[in-house]
Design a protein around this ligand. Structure first.
Ligand code: HGY
Ligand code: MN
Ligand code: MN
Ligand code: MN
Length: 405
């Protein structure tokens, strides 16, 4: 089983020695080191390596032009101070599963590929799943080029600086037409499998979710000389909105998070002129999501009006509910249950994935590997090695079941 040696090579890349968390942001040196690792894994196995028009990396076993390919993989980038498993577990497990099929001598009737989709987390440019959205035609070249990071660097400039041509990005229908199924293995971002005592599960759906930017504009002034009654402090409206988000989420049975904030001028002794807060909200169904966001916007508007603050809300991204392909999902359950007779748990998730983006264009499915902490997007994210190995073997069984002669 080659999982352990690959994992040992990849794990140190882009890890902060202070927190143990990862900073693998799109087109940064850490991302490029991960990409170099992927290329090395592909070439050392004699797989046909390529980078597509959107900077996604592919490693092919067999001829892609044969069509009906079974593709597996995930992403290697991370959220700020993210965990080791979210993304990389899927990519390492994919290479290890191919190694397992070769060790079994499986006679493949279809081409297989491992893919690393670029910029899945959107940590640098603010939009998740850029590589797969471009490929699926959910993001245009112009929209992608305009994405800008916190230092004002556009995605186009960042790609160029990394040696990639930004002018090729765009929809890739020919590539998608050659794929019969995409299966993404991912660490579970929750504790459902820990509670059922299963090592591996199958995804049923991804909750609808989105990102909204709340701009609260007030009046900058001196923190020491401005009387409280003379202030138009946007921080107060922001703070009240964050608390309202929690209340509205509880009411709607949804989740709502203000995890990122930008303050201008951001001085300890200056009342802010602008407070910009980003809301991430998700719910099991569209109705609940609409209700929680509408409730938060209403509360924010009322608070802002009461404090003479100008409020502007922009929906920056949105992903509707994803129901994974039922036939493929049921095929995975059949394959995984055929020898053991066990019924593999099928579970929904509030996390977005490349498999979710692609599900509108090709049959996609996801396998989850148990995470006893349930924690993700944090250095505390974890999966035990024997569960990871179980995930590799399950993925190998699925690929074999889908691709063998
Ligand atoms: O935000 C998400 O759900 C995913 O991790 N990009
Ligand atoms: Mn993630
Ligand atoms: Mn992920
Ligand atoms: Mn002064």
């Amino acid at each position: 089983m080659t999982f352990h040696s690959m994992w040992a090579e990849l794990v140190p890349i882009g890890r902060s020695s202070a927190s143990g968390g990862y900073r693998r942001y799109a087109w940064t040196p850490a991302d490029l080191d991960c990409r170099a690792w992927f290329k090395e894994q592909a070439e050392s196995r004699g797989l046909a390596y390529e980078v597509d028009r959107n900077g996604n990396q592919w490693a092919w076993l067999g001829d892609p032009d044969a069509g009906d390919a079974v593709v597996t993989g995930s992403h290697l980038d991370s959220v700020p101070d993210g965990g080791a498993f979210d993304g990389p577990l899927g990519v390492v497990s994919s290479f290890a599963a191919l190694d397992e099929l070769r060790a079994r001598g499986t006679d493949l009737a279809k081409p297989l590929a491992v893919v690393n989709f670029g910029d899945e987390e959107g940590a640098r440019f603010g939009l998740a799943c850029v590589g797969s959205r471009l490929t699926a035609g959910q993001l245009t070249r112009e929209q992608a080029h305009r994405l800008t990071d916190g230092e004002g660097v556009t995605l186009a400039r960042a790609m160029e600086a990394a040696g990639y041509d930004p002018d090729t990005v765009g929809p890739d229908p020919e590539r998608l037409a050659r794929i019969g199924a995409f299966v993404e293995l991912h660490v579970e971002q929750g504790r459902a499998l820990d509670l059922t005592g299963d090592r591996v599960g199958i995804a049923s759906a991804i909750w609808p979710h989105g990102r909204w930017r709340f701009d609260f504009r007030g009046e900058a002034n001196h923190a020491g000389t401005t009387r409280l009654t003379d202030r138009h402090d946007p921080m107060l409206s922001y703070a009240e909105t964050v608390l309202a988000a929690r209340r509205e989420a509880e009411l709607a049975g949804a989740v709502a998070t203000f995890g990122k904030i930008a303050v201008e001028p951001n001085g300890v002794n200056a009342i802010p002129s602008l407070v910009r807060g980003w809301l991430d909200s998700r719910a099991e169904d569209q109705g609940r999501l609409d209700a929680v966001v509408a409730g938060i916007e209403k509360a924010a508007g009322e608070y802002a009006a009461a404090h003479g603050i100008a409020l502007d809300v922009v929906r920056e991204s949105f992903t509707p509910v994803v129901e994974f392909d039922h036939a493929l999902r049921d095929e995975l359950a059949r394959i995984l249950g055929k020898d053991t007779g066990i019924t593999v748990p099928v579970l929904g998730t509030g996390a977005g994935h490349d498999a979710g983006i692609l599900s509108g264009r090709i049959p996609t499915a996801m396998l989850f590997v148990r995470n006893p902490t349930g924690v993700s997007h944090s250095p505390a994210e974890f999966a035990a090695e024997d569960d990871c190995v179980a995930g590799v073997l399950a993925l190998a069984d699925v690929l074999e079941g889908l691709a063998r002669r």
